[in-house]
Ligand binder design. Sequence first.
Ligand code: ADP
Length: 465
Amino acid sequence: MFRKVHYRLTLLCAGTTIAILLVMSLIYLYVSETGLSQSQFLSFQHAMDNFVHNFKQQNVITHEWLSHMEANNSYWIRITDNGVPLLFNQRKLDQNRLAVEEEALACFSASFSVENTDPSDEDTDYHLEFPFTASTGADYYACVARISQEQQHTEILVLYPLQELNAKIKSQRLHFALIDLAAVFLLSLFSFFFTKKLLAPIEQNRKEQIQFVAAASHELRTPLAVILSSVSAIKKASPEEEENFLSTIDSEGRRMSRLINDMLLLSQADARAFPIRLQPVECDTLLLNSFESFEPMAKEKNISFAISLPQAALPPCLCDAERFRQVIAILLHNAISYTPSGGSISMALSLDTVKKSETFVLSVIDNGIGIPDEEKEKIFQRFYRSDRSRSIKDHFGLGLPIASEIVRSLGGTIHVADTPGGGSTFLVCLPFRFCSKAPMFDNHKGICYNKNTKKALPTDDQPLD
Ligand code: ADP
């Protein structure tokens, strides 16, 4: 499906850009060609002006001068004096040229009506220039002039073949065609890779969605199967067994409900509708409370559990207490689950300088089974569980993805590293902008103020994106 969309998008993108390029090229070519023809015609008119003027000024027209004019300007000159061709025109000329000259004169007579006036009247002199195409298909600029002097009536025809101009135009068109061809190829290539890059995140997202649905269905199938089989077994069970089955149904139902809640939370994060309520939180107190909640669980597994807090009270942190507690719970639950009996876990909270800015750093350190380097990134993917932890029934592989979504929503980061000597260390960094160093904390009203502006910072009314 994505391949089809990719091809269509490539076609659309390349088609549009190529069409624009071609239209622009054609417009440019048209403007440039008409400009070229116009300037050439204007310079021909100008040259004819000079030619006729010089002709008038000279008492004697020499063959050299005329030959010079023809050779230097690629002109064909034909002059008649009172209807008689000049000696110059009695040279042996190409029949083709003579035929073209006749055609040009015929074209002039057909296109312009010049009255036959008194040959002695100099006011009736004229020279007219016009473009002309011979029957052979060749293009020319033509000039027909009449000069009257002392009863002499001179008629001049000058033809200027446009081969050079046409060759110039042809070469320009060829260059444009080649450039356009190269541009079409490059644009098609660019469109192909551009649309591929554009679609990559969407394709990746779709793949993840499919994997998420498959993994979620798989996770839900197990407790559902246990519930259904317990329900059918309950019908034939003794009252004692009935009690057992009911407790199984209850625990599997709770497991399903937990899983569904986790999935809902993640889908809210995807929809950017993750509810985050900011309020000033005394994180050290919150950490102590979590420590107390998890201590019995650690004790039960014979794991030594310690907490380390700075001697001076930490400033309050502007964050969502419930969500932060949830992150701590996920990390502690994992640490206890993946640390064998006899191991040790410690957690600490401090205000450190990380990358030049002050940051709350929460660390949960265990000396448990550890996480291999190749899995360190994967563990934050949804439903990812390492082979070694698949046997633990209470874990779905959604804890760390939820923790990282929460931390991201709070503007922080979460990392995992190896504990020296074995085990895993999880580090959560929350930026100090949520804390009370710049703002002041009003203990009575429970509001954070900015020291400079004296304005209240956003609190629990404002869900954060
Ligand atoms: P789960 O609910 O399976 O623990 P998580 O997303 O919390 O899911 O963790 C993903 C995987 O990361 C776990 O299956 C486990 O393999 C690994 N993991 C997480 N925390 C630890 C830890 N403290 N020590 C070793 N492995 C861990």
